[in-house]
Design a protein around this ligand. Sequence first.
Ligand SMILES: [Zn+2]
Length: 169
Amino acid sequence: MNTTGTAEVAVRHILSDKVTGGILTPKTRTITWTDAHYVVKRPPSGKHTVELTCTECSASLLAEVRDQSTTRTLATIMRVVGALCLVAFVTAFAYAIHEGGKTLPEGQSLPVLFSVSVVTIFVTFVAAPVFYIRGRNYNGVSILDAPKPRRGHRIVPVRVVKKVPPTGR
Ligand SMILES: [Zn+2]
């Protein structure tokens, strides 16, 4: 099967989204859903809108599908941004340790760059994995706002499982 012109997605119908605990017990979030797999066609170029129907409640959902090359470019950009965040994280971390470890003379405060590096550490710590994971999973399909009730739905990419022998990867 030629998979270059298609994207595989799962339409998730969220049955329940519960957060329990938080005060005495650790907070746990339990999400249950049912999903239906769809194979959507990619446009030759640009993007187009496809309509997917939820098998659970027959709600009509609109999804935007991008062409193969744009999808690949965007996925690469996200991965690159993720990698750059990682570099910035390591750099800022090394700097903060270096600068923060110094014994400052009386009355002298840490340079502004120190505060900047601390902020960078926190931001990139969150951003790096987010971008990286999004870039890895990005398949060019995103859910669009539709006038019909579509709350409690999600469209998630499905990794194309390539048929490979279990030994080789
Ligand atoms: Zn539904």
